[in-house]
Design a protein around this ligand. Structure first.
Ligand SMILES: C[S@@+](CC[C@H](N)C(=O)[O-])C[C@H]1O[C@@H](n2cnc3c(N)ncnc32)[C@H](O)[C@@H]1O
Length: 247
């Protein structure tokens, strides 16, 4: 039976964040988008996966707002060692030494913490394990390593485990922490979008990219002309990599 409080708690985002202690404001910048874009998900039975949790800012918001249904579950993957951009931090600006304890102290404040399964390992290891176990998800948040190849790997494995109609959120679509594309998420997210285009719809917010899995809407049409079965090399074309030296 649903009481007024239940109805309110499933439709109104939980604004009380004062019981948590966060050193970084990252999630706060995107919280208004989350409140708006997850409105239809609140109160539903959801299997949530978060790849990269840090001190639990996004985790606690998800626990409070998307884990309300008694059968909802959440899996979090994190090494709690920080990403490449957090290394070499002599002043411990990111508080890596206490990261794991801050995460646990924050998530412990959440009513639905018992629905949380934490995998303390790299996303590589964890996602392969989950896929082997046949895990399925309705909502996935990717915000772990920002190195493009890692983001692409996370994206493909998560996509394979996302159910039809599910949502996949990429953080830092707009982030440019490094001059080289290969160390930023953007090039990986754009490549993923091109490859998964037949089954997705996407919405860009100021900093993130929200993707919904939909039934295939781009069917494959065979190239009818055998004369144009291979790509033409445009004049002056060069591979965008250092060429192999053949001695
Ligand atoms: C940007 S933070 C996540 C922030 C969090 N989602 C939030 O909104 O507050 C990235 C996290 O990913 C973790 N991480 C980085 N590379 C990883 C990898 N390859 N596998 C698992 N976790 C990783 C780091 O330890 C860090 O806690």
């Amino acid at each position: 039976m649903s009481s007024t409080v239940d109805v309110l708690s499933t439709t109104t985002p939980s604004q009380d964040r004062s019981r948590f202690s966060f050193q970084q404001p990252w999630f706060e910048a995107t919280r208004p988008d989350w409140e708006e874009l997850t409105r239809s998900l609140r109160g539903q039975q959801l299997r949530v996966l978060e790849v990269g949790a840090f001190e639990g800012a996004s985790t606690t918001w998800i626990l409070d707002n998307l884990l309300i249904h008694p059968k909802s579950t959440m899996t979090v993957i994190d090494t709690f060692a920080g990403g490449m951009e957090h290394q070499g931090d002599v002043n411990d600006t990111y508080g890596l030494t206490s990261l794991k304890s801050r995460f646990w102290s924050n998530v412990s404040q959440c009513k639905h913490v018992s629905k949380l399964n934490v995998m303390e390992m790299t996303s590589d290891e964890a996602l392969i394990t989950l896929r082997k176990e046949g895990a399925r998800f309705d909502f996935v948040y990717i915000d772990a390593s920002h190195v493009a190849l890692d983001v692409l790997h996370d994206a493909v494995l998560c996509w394979r485990m996302l159910d039809m109609g599910g949502t996949l959120v990429f953080d830092d679509f707009a982030w440019k922490g490094y001059n080289e594309d290969c160390y930023n998420p953007r090039v990986a997210i754009l490549s993923f979008l091109l490859c998964a285009a037949p089954e997705l719809q996407a919405k860009e917010t100021e900093l993130q990219l929200w993707v919904t899995k939909v039934p295939n809407h781009i069917s494959a049409t065979k190239n009818p002309d055998p004369a144009i079965l291979y790509w033409d090399k445009p004049e002056g074309f060069k591979l965008p990599v250092v060429p192999v030296k053949i001695s």
